[in-house]
Design a protein around this ligand. Sequence first.
Ligand code: FE2
Length: 388
Amino acid sequence: MQPSGDGPFALRWVPEVHFGAGRARAIAGDAAAVGQARRPVVLVVDPALVELGAARPLVAALEQAGARVAMFSDIVGEPKQRQLESAAAFVRSHDAGLVICLGGGSAMDVGKIAASTAMTGESPAAFAMDGRPLPGRGVATICIPTTAGTGSELSSTNIFTNEAGRKVWIWDPLTKPDRVILDPELTLTLPPQLTAWTGLDALAHALESCTNRHAHAGNDLYAHKALSLIAGALETAVREPQSITARGHMLLGSAYAGIAIDNCSAGLAHNVSHALAALGPVHHGFATGLALEIVLGWQVAADQGRFAAAAEACGVGRDGRALVAWYTELLTRCGVERRLPEAFKAVRAADLAAEMRSPETRPMRLSSVREVSDADIDRFAEAVVALA
Ligand SMILES: [Fe+2]
């Protein structure tokens, strides 16, 4: 079934967004506007940023304005249930009136979940998947992304690995922050490889959200603008890391893609990358980028116009096949190696196929406009494990 471009639709609310080079330096004003003035601020921050000294100016600006700031940076790799529980306990024990999330998707998801669940006194796992809904808004939150990738700053989806080792999520618009600050200066130090990997994740969010069966004309506004920004800036951001224009376009593109995925969700490439993540450690953007190359041609072959429109947004003409060729070239031009980490050598196609059929990844399979049979899954799984 091809979704209609003219049918009814709903767009979810978008938090207040402030964009600009150097904008994060005005954080004290944001804290005063959003947080509770007399209570401490908890900064949830990627430990790599602490090491680089990137958190210091923010803390100094807050302290100069009279705030008490406590830092939580016990975040290793992608979020795990234990880290979320510690972060929530940290927010609770400091009686925080504001949580500021500084970092990539992991720091933002940890911070958003901690802020949302801290005062419930329960493990965040209680609210994951088919768990209970959140009782209400949690502690006030500001998100400051330092990568242009997940778009978590503008989405209701928060992903973590539970105690059973399964990648699960808390989906709730109540987890969205009160304010988002997009400052491209904070992304200038992101190395080329991570710039490429995170950028491909953002590109996949935009592309999948405007080509899957949930797609609608209202969301195309965000998804197509995201595609045009990312298609025009990703290679430059990889090759010229100091280009503030390219970094700004990537940051805005990934934010719009975050809104797009929040409205219309992801697709088949995310089914594959989430399935891979259940089998071994692999960067989410990298895995999604590789998966997209494997499934894109098959999806475009049954296109009824949405991939052609996405291709046009990417600036390659109104032609889905041109989009496939352009995407493959983009991976090469951005230096993306089509090779999975060593750990995946032991993974069989049947293991990956089983994960692609799991309840956790099923929504991203079902969102495909072209119906994904078990035989299709087996074929894609073979192609993916061949990259190990
Ligand atoms: Fe993603």
